[in-house]
Design a protein around this ligand. Structure first.
Ligand code: RB5
Length: 149
């Protein structure tokens, strides 16, 4: 499975560790940067990962910043992206099962590395339930069209 990952400066260290961990676990990891913890703007990195996901280069995206909030807001501007800001493995499961989220946004300043690893593993391992959730996710997609009318 291909995974695209990126961060800003606040998430850089955890991003590097998480990318190495995911490679060890057998994932094909596309690291969209940055390459250092120099100050950067998170929307640039959210866009790179979001485009990989909507263009089919990666099944899922992983984004890290201080809170995960800026990354989620940015990634969700791209049509077809459902990015969830997740701080517990339980929320990771629900983001996949109920919302069919395709990008998980992590907090590097408020969530430790072990928890973020558990979040990502749960996110990748959980399938969308469909059923009653399918029409709601469809309606999320409809908002993209309605907002352009
Ligand atoms: C950077 O200081 C911080 O604002 C950023 O990492 C993120 O938390 C934004 O949502």
């Amino acid at each position: 499975m291909n995974i695209s990952i990126a961060s800003d400066h606040a998430g850089f260290e955890q991003k590097e560790h998480l990318a190495a961990y995911l490679k060890e676990r057998g994932y094909e990891v596309i690291n969209r940067g940055p390459d250092s913890d120099d100050r950067v703007d998170y929307p640039d990195y959210a866009l790179a990962v979001a485009l990989d996901v909507v263009n089919g280069k990666s099944t899922f995206g992983v984004l890290l910043c201080g809170t995960g909030i800026g990354m989620a807001i940015s990634a969700n501007k791209v049509d077809g992206i459902r990015a969830a800001n997740v701080t517990t493995p339980e929320f990771a499961e629900l983001a996949r099962a109920h919302n069919n989220a395709n990008i998980v946004c992590l907090s590097a300043r408020f969530v430790d590395e072990e928890t973020n690893r558990a979040i990502v593993e749960k996110f990748f391992a959980t399938s969308f339930e469909g059923g009653r959730h399918a029409c709601r996710v469809q309606k999320i997609g409809n908002i993209e069209l309605l907002s352009k009318e």
